[in-house]
Structure formats: structure tokens, C-alpha cells
Design a protein. Structure first.
Length: 117
């Protein structure tokens, strides 16, 4: 399984960015795709995740500003980020996971989002 993320970059505070992540390979249809982020000196944290059935969870710090969506036919997940703040600066990682007999957990390489104040 491979995850290819795109859409990161530099944006001013208050601006918007849209991240995309396409998964390829042998992917179980009932899965959860999501975004995590890691800022310098901090632990990786959940940004948002969405199941193939459409169940969504957001991290507390982004709820109301970010929107996650997915296209199951394309195995692609999107993250629309609005009202960006300097504290949103981080490397954003795409993830896909599912559990059958075991839990399978795959990560993309990460894309840098920098929000200037």
C-alpha cells in the first residue's frame, strides 16, 4: 500500500489550503483514512479521520475549521483547512488503516504546512 499526499505549502494566517492523499495497492474496502500532524518538538496528533462508512472524528484544535472528506472509488481522502493559524504549522501525514485478522496501518511520507503570522 502506498499513500501519496499533496497540497502542502506556505500560507498566511487566516488563509486556506486543501490536502489530498491517494492510496494505492491492496486496500481493504472497510477502512479509515485520516490525517495526523506533527509539529516541531511535539508528538504526532490526530487532525481528522473518516471511515469508509462516513464516520468522522476531528481533533479538538481543528474542529470547526477543517473538513475531511473522501472518495471511496478513488481511495482518496481530502482535508480542507480554513482559518489557518500559526499553530497549525506542522508536517501532515496521511494514514489508512483497517482491521481484519490483524490491524494494518499505513502512513504517507508527510507534507509540510507552514502558516505565517
Amino acid at each position: 500500500v502506498q499513500l501519496q499526499a499533496s497540497g502542502g505549502g506556505l500560507v498566511q494566517a487566516g488563509g486556506s489550503l486543501r490536502l489530498s492523499c491517494a492510496a494505492s495497492g491492496s486496500i481493504f474496502s472497510h477502512n479509515t483514512m485520516g490525517w495526523y500532524r506533527q509539529a516541531a518538538g511535539k508528538q504526532r496528533e490526530l487532525v481528522a479521520r473518516i471511515s469508509s462508512a462516513g464516520s468522522i472524528n476531528y481533533g479538538d484544535s481543528v474542529e470547526g475549521r477543517f473538513t475531511i472528506s473522501r472518495d471511496n472509488a478513488k481511495n482518496t481522502v481530502y482535508l480542507q483547512m480554513n482559518s489557518l493559524k500559526s499553530e497549525d504549522t506542522a508536517v501532515y501525514y496521511c494514514n489508512v488503516r483497517w482491521t481484519t485478522l490483524a490491524t494494518m496501518d499505513y502512513w504517507g511520507k508527510g507534507t509540510l504546512v507552514t502558516v505565517s503570522s
